[in-house]
Design a protein around this ligand. Structure first.
Ligand SMILES: Cc1cc2nc3c(=O)[nH]c(=O)nc-3n(C[C@H](O)[C@H](O)[C@H](O)COP(=O)(O)OP(=O)(O)OC[C@H]3O[C@@H](n4cnc5c(N)ncnc54)[C@H](O)[C@@H]3O)c2cc1C
Length: 326
């Protein structure tokens, strides 16, 4: 019986970074309570992936196989997770607070009739009870949640919150195969479209450069794309820019966009409305560029530049280009 289990989020058969982050946190908690950590993988794994999961902290890989698991379908994956939970019997089950995890976790929790803590950013054990911290009221406050006696406790974990362990190639995991019957899914994902060239997904990005209404049109986002290129950053946007049709909704950060958690977030020509803050206020460092010194974004910013973005951003880009070359 595993103390903790992590549902592996796969992309082309390889675990996404959020999985490695959850394994690290599960390992830390398991270390405190002496439990084991299982990784639940659904569908085909790339060669060497089970070994990779072991090196990042999994003691057991519960590998669920079945025709219905590809392409992704909520009902099939929920049935797959249930089959794995029946096998591994974890006390606690983590899923990423990603598009997929947010789709899957409520279904799994309803199916197992257990509680779900969503979008958690911290965990602690108090006399054997797991307490999770989750941002509420658009990041203005934190709630601490615990679970009743039903097991497993399910939590979705905000990406970029925890740091993956250093991989240890000497760690080995036992692989347990679980097969599942065919599930008739009412809806399936038919494909993925890459939104912006080589940029990382917003939820996985370490650095994000976001533009708001002050960009005035789609053409001016080129200024931000140049900065992104120099920094290896991902491009984000406020809803004002998205609603104006200047940039695709997949770039929107905020309450009705994506919740991001990068190391550095640049808010450029963005006022800092509460709905925007809901998506980015947990970023480790926030850099705001705004010509209005009283803009609310400066209240959450670690660094602020009061100035016209059309002068400041090209200068910054040039300075970063020079210093990163050195
Ligand atoms: C239910 C609901 C959900 C919402 N969800 C979201 C969401 O997910 N994400 C989101 O972002 N918003 C969301 N909004 C909208 C939100 O309330 C704001 O309207 C929006 O965030 C404003 O975008 P903005 O900061 O780009 O524009 P503005 O508020 O217009 O701010 C533009 C800023 O640019 C500055 N500026 C202008 N020119 C320059 C220049 N040349 N150089 C530097 N600075 C300049 C101005 O001083 C100003 O501070 C939501 C609203 C509602 C009601």
């Amino acid at each position: 019986m595993a103390g903790y289990a992590v549902v592996v989020e796969l992309k082309d058969g390889s675990a996404r970074k959020v999985t490695l982050e959850m394994l690290a946190e599960a390992r830390r908690l398991a270390g405190d309570s002496g439990g084991e950590v299982a990784a639940i993988a659904l569908g085909a794994l790339a060669p060497g992936e089970a070994e990779r999961l072991a090196s990042y902290g999994a003691d057991t890989i519960v590998h669920v196989e079945g025709e219905s698991l590809a392409p992704y379908a909520t009902e099939a994956h929920a049935a797959g997770v249930k089959a794995a939970v029946d096998r591994a019997k974890p006390e606690t089950l983590f899923l990423g607070a990603t598009s997929q995890g947010k789709d899957l976790a409520p279904r799994v929790s309803a199916r197992l009739r257990v509680g779900l803590g969503s979008d958690c950013t911290g965990f602690e054990l108090r006399s054997g009870d797991l307490i999770a911290k989750r941002p509420i009221f658009a990041g203005k406050a934190f709630a601490k949640v615990s679970w009743n006696a039903a097991r497993p406790r399910i939590a979705t974990v905000r990406p970029n919150t925890f740091t993956p362990l250093q991989p240890d190639g000497s760690r080995k995991a036992q692989v347990e195969k679980v097969s599942m019957p065919d599930v008739k899914a009412r809806a399936r994902v038919v494909g993925f479209e890459k939104s912006e060239g080589e940029m990382l997904d917003l939820t996985e990005a370490n650095i994000i450069v976001s533009g708001g209404r002050a960009m005035q049109g789609p053409e001016n986002f080129e200024i931000l794309r140049k900065l992104c290129k120099v920094l290896g950053a991902t491009l984000g946007a406020s809803r004002a820019a998205v609603d104006a049709g200047w940039i695709d909704h997949s770039h929107q950060v905020g309450q009705t966009g994506k919740v991001v958690n990068p190391t550095v977030y640049f808010a450029i020509g963005i006022s800092g409305a509460i709905q925007h803050l809901a998506g980015m206020s947990s970023s480790r460092t926030i850099v705001a560029i705004n010509k209005d010194k009283d803009a609310p974004i400066f209240k959450v910013a670690s660094y602020g530049i009061v100035g016209d973005l059309y002068q400041v951003v090209p200068l910054l880009t040039e300075e970063f280009r020079k210093s990163l070359k050195e």
